[in-house]
Design a protein around this ligand. Sequence first.
Ligand code: 26W
Length: 822
Amino acid sequence: EPPRRGLGHVAPRHDVEGFVGSFMRELNYGQGVSLTRSSLNDRYLALARTVRHHLQSRWMAALAQQADDQAKTVCYLSAEFLLGRQLDNAILASDLDDVVEEGLGQLGLSLSTLRAQEIEPGLGNGGLGRLAACFIDSLATMSVPCVGYGIRYEYGIFRQSFEDGWQREDTDPWLALGNPWEFPHPEHAVTVNFGGTTEHYEDEDGATRTRWLPDWDVQGVPYNYMVPGFRNGRVNTLRLWSAKATRGFNLNSFNAGDYVDAVRAETFAEKISMVLYPEDSTPQGKELRLQQQYFFVACSVHNFINQVLPSDFDLHKLPDRVIFQLNDTHPVIAVPELMRVLVDEKGFDWDEAWTITQQCFAYTCHTLLPEALEEWSIELMGRLLPRHLEIIRRIDEEFRAEVAAAFPGDEAMPRRMAIVGDHTVRMAHLATVAGSKVNGVAELHSQLLRDKVLPDFSALWPEKFTNVTNGVTPRRFLRLANRNLSSLITEAIGPGWVTDLDRLRELEPFADDPAFRERFREVKRLNKATLARTLQSRNGIEMPTTGIVDIMVKRLHEYKRQTLKVLHIVSLYEGVVSGRLAVEDVTPRVFAFGAKAAPGYAMAKQIIGLINAVGATVNADPRLDGRLTVVFPPNYDVTLAEKLIPAADLSEQISLAGKEASGTGNMKLALNGALTIGTDDGANIEIRRLVGDENFFLFGLLEPQVEELLAKGYDPASYAAADPRLTSALDLIASGAFTGGDASVFSGLVDNLLHHDRFLALADFSAYMEAQDRVDAAYADPEGWTRSAVLNVARCGFFSSDRAMREYIDKIWHAQPVVTSL
Ligand code: 26W
């Protein structure tokens, strides 16, 4: 390829010789070491920088073009982006696989050794953060202008280890060895204000206006990340903000003579982006978290308006050029922030600003748990963001007047719908009032959102509510994570599926081809062997590679019901030990778990302790003849997911119906040829409809039945009494059989199940056991099982995040793809 000096940059050479030269220059002059003296980390960094050149050159072209064209940009505001490792995705996107493999080979280096050196950016908790990463991947691949905006946490999600089976948390110093994927731009730092008071004043035209007199500030320094499309020449930007003390801040204290105070001020300011909050369902109402939220949102709004848009841009036309998508309520403070900028800083009338603001936002809700809906105390909001609280109050007053007019005589309605409650600001209400659209993340979730979570709002504005079922990126979770299956698919139907996942349908006829099925089984065998090697070297875990690989990977939460899975395992164990089951009749299985518990969630940590205790006992008991194995590798993350998912035969999606908003692990597993055992919940419903009842193991109460049971009074002990297997399993746990005879360790957990069981695990136990019998029966017929597995792959194209993005574009954003000239 010739250099393209006309664009102001030189494209790197896309051949082996060019790669080797560039790699050696990075090693020698970037890292300052010779090949012979270089460490593994030196080599990884040199490789990463060599690969990134190929994206950078596209990136510069994309940025130059973005400034020229008038396209609408999607600003995806998210407190979390759970990206996973970058190297392989960058190599894939720039079509460098062969060049890198060959080039490193010439130097006597191996790609697999170097890629293992990368520490993944764990800047998210789970589903919501990973979804954001999938969405920006799809938008880049579809050439839609998008900027992802978030926080560059210095410490991502904690590192989990087990001590005697109990979770221990350590910090995640992911930046310690250098990060070749980010580009800091301190010259574009944004000042963010906090605290203080507001005052009214008269402007030149005699109008009364308000200004904010803050009493402290920090700087947000942007760090840009490349978000490459799949071989389409498009590279979008993810802009993560890092907090720095402002110079003025330090100087004031310094002049006052207190040097130590000045240094303290610095750490105070920089604390804002220090650490990701590890709760993913129960907001803690912590001041620092509100600071984080306002910090990144204020930086992002400012950046888009003042640094991305042309300087002469007429802000009346803002809705033509931007949509701010709110990833749950975490960035909702952006709503009063945009109002403040338009009204206080740009001199807009209130009504005019509100009309614009409402068109610029849309809100995605990711939960159904009432305790997960964020509310901030009025006192805290007033102390930290006094002007924003005023703005929220005015929005609230006008909104309540609108409600009163729409429902005359109904006095309870405006009170129920209020944004500002007695003591708190309800962020979901603010998001719903401000957003042009509100969406849930799977069909059932969107319906329950309308009917149960925000019924008054959907009565007032039925057309505001919509559904977009989640999706996952086929690049990372099929093409990269499962190269064996990808090759088999491509051999059968060509490579087009990578960007057009519906084409997996063309695999359907192969489900009836015995030779194809045998090759499909060979892929699973290889993937299981790879997983076993990974677990061995990562944790010294011994994993058998025969039998059903039965996987449950997701955050630890009672509603997701890892306990139900444990009760199944304990029941099988108890059955064999008591003689109720003949060991020869037990289908060999590996039960694999991956799950982190929020550090403050005591019951979740108990459940982790229980899984490990049961695992230790079951794995060591010779009476089981090695047929049941529990593996629970610590620190489940995106990197481990990419190894577990391709090896799975069975996908456990067993949340209580009506509680899991969507799930996305369920999609990744089905797409990789695992069969699902699942409840009628979240996206499971859509998976089952697509793959067909006969290729899905459904069990459990339906959502309306859950409601009914709870309404008439749920007595978990009666379910335990009604199923002797359940009685025995609970008794065995309570007896101390898994804790060296100490009955006290899990007594709280068992009591909770027998007397509270908020998520109806006992009510669904018998149905779950019966479904697991169906699984065993199906697995006994390898041809039938493989046929179902192939059909799962063939029929899950719908769950591509490309499709999800198309729906957001059509229903919510009305944005257009932009053609990047290569
Ligand atoms: C601490 C407050 C809090 C509350 C909720 C933090 C984070 C959350 C998230 C909304 C939790 C979350 O990740 N939800 C998951 O979002 C996925 C993507 O839409 C869904 O697939 C999961 O079902 C949902 O649990």
